[in-house]
Ligand binder design. Structure first.
Ligand SMILES: *Cc1c(COP(=O)(O)O)cnc(C)c1O
Length: 224
């Protein structure tokens, strides 16, 4: 293995304040890399392709907590529903309903995050803040008793300007406070602010992230 996964992992963990959890993003990396991180104590891993994840789940320890962090097509939900620990990137009400339906079939309640689109890039998925606010206001989600909305997730723009990155993350954090106040004031489980990747996780922890998703910094560049 060319990369010292354990060392990189501990470097990231050192920089995370108390209460911020690490999702080790292992997409496109072989299982040996995941095993190395697992040996070093890491338990939460992030993947973004259903088929790749399915193979890894079969081969790797059963106490790994898998987070689905990519865009999940509704027709793939049924495959991840039996085992997924958290679906981070819920970007439509339709997807939320499908997760609810498949979770019910498995007799589970699945933890999810709502993905916000705040970044300037046009290609990224997610609710605009207005759409998210309207979706929550409409209230249909309250009937979905087999999903548990645990917070918000976002990706900042892929830019060098730290001020812009921080401004986007702070916008998400402010919106989190609004949603918490309006809908989840008494729900302890609504507490996750998932932002920060290899490039910007240090900014993210200053912008109230509770969950960073770091891949390249730990495992090296992905080979597609
Ligand atoms: C790939 C990915 C990451 C990790 O990105 P790195 O730059 O490798 O740290 C984080 N979040 C999401 C949603 C991703 O798809």
């Amino acid at each position: 293995m060319k990369v010292d996964v354990a060392k990189n992992l501990s470097k990231v963990l050192e920089q995370l304040p108390e209460g911020v959890s690490l999702v080790a993003v292992s997409k496109f990396h072989p299982k040996e890399y995941i095993e190395a991180a697992y040996q070093a104590g890491q338990r939460i891993f992030g993947e973004s392709h259903e088929q790749e994840l399915r193979v890894k789940v079969e081969e790797l320890p059963k106490d790994i907590l898998w987070h689905f962090i990519g865009h999940l097509q509704t027709n793939k939900v049924k495959y991840v529903a039996p085992y997924i620990s958290m679906i981070e990137a819920v970007d439509t009400l339709k997807l939320l309903k499908e997760i609810n339906k498949q979770a019910a079939k498995c007799g589970r309640v699945i933890d999810v995050l709502l993905e916000l689109h705040i970044a300037e890039e046009a290609t990224k998925y997610g609710f605009s803040i207005d759409d998210c606010r309207n979706m929550l206001k409409a209230g249909e989600w309250k009937q979905l008793t087999n999903v548990r909305i645990c917070g918000l997730m976002m990706m900042a723009s892929n830019v060098d300007d730290e001020n812009q990155i921080a401004a986007e993350m702070n916008q998400a954090a402010d919106f989190f406070d609004e949603v918490k106040r309006d809908y989840f004031a008494d729900a302890d489980y609504f507490r996750e602010r998932s932002w920060g990747m290899s490039q910007d996780y240090r900014v993210a922890v200053r912008c109230r992230s509770t969950m960073v998703r770091v891949g390249t910094y730990i495992f090296g560049p992905r080979v597609y």
